[in-house]
Write a protein that binds this ligand. Structure first.
Ligand SMILES: CC(C)(COP(=O)(O)OP(=O)(O)OC[C@H]1O[C@@H](n2cnc3c(N)ncnc32)[C@H](O)[C@@H]1OP(=O)(O)O)[C@@H](O)C(=O)NCCC(=O)NCCS
Length: 176
């Protein structure tokens, strides 16, 4: 585990860091064929500091950040009150789980996921998280399977002219 790793709730003054971190992780994960106009537009618009500032101040969402020393190395965003299309009982969505490539495999993702799951249970006893993950993202799919998540459906992420298949996953019904 990286030295001095800690998980905390995000603050307004994290917005710029989160935008840069999310951009780095998103591009590394999905822009595997270079930067298209659709990708440039998406990143500049959706992963902008103003968007993260809004998310950090949104009462229906909670942001968790992973910090190593003074620096941010991961983030998770959960949204309350969004029913899973495949299972109405799951109403807290894990919208984002990103770990910087240099910190992959050190337990950061699991710690952020645990924080997100605990937050879901704070909202509702025994609540399960649900999420969507790109079907081609084999590393993330394997990570979630290892954490007890199961596929309950399929959805599509649209970017420009392209439709990208996503698995809908639901978390284990933890009692803790
Ligand atoms: C998916 C992601 C969040 C995993 O985070 P991570 O910090 O590398 O994972 P961790 O080190 O916390 O792994 C925790 C556990 O999962 C296991 N695991 C991690 N990656 C795995 C993989 N690819 N296959 C199988 N198991 C895996 C680890 O062995 C560990 O097991 P343990 O609980 O028995 O100790 C990270 O790879 C990431 O941010 N990827 C880029 C962005 C992304 O794809 N996000 C998900 C989009 S929905």
């Amino acid at each position: 585990m990286p030295p001095k790793l800690s998980i905390r709730v995000g603050r307004s003054d994290d917005a710029s860091h989160l935008a840069v971190l999310a951009t780095q992780v998103w591009l590394h994960t999905y822009a595997t064929d270079g930067i298209s106009a659709d990708i440039a537009g998406y990143v500049l618009q959706e992963l902008a500091p103003e968007k993260y500032l809004r998310t950090l101040n949104d009462p229906t969402r909670r942001v968790f950040v992973a910090q190593s020393g003074a620096n941010l190395v991961g983030l998770a965003v959960v949204k309350f009150g969004t029913a899973c299309p495949e299972d109405q009982h799951a109403s807290t969505e894990l919208q984002t789980l990103y770990v910087q490539e240099h910190f992959i495999g050190h337990g950061v993702g699991k710690l952020l996921l645990r924080a997100a799951e605990a937050e879901a249970r704070q909202q509702q006893a025994n609540a399960m998280l649900w999420l969507t993950v790109n079907a081609k993202n084999t590393r993330a799919t394997a990570f979630y399977a290892h954490q007890g998540y199961t596929k309950v459906g399929t959805t599509y992420f649209t970017l420009g002219e392209g439709n990208h298949e996503n698995h809908v996953l639901i978390g284990p019904n933890a009692q803790a």
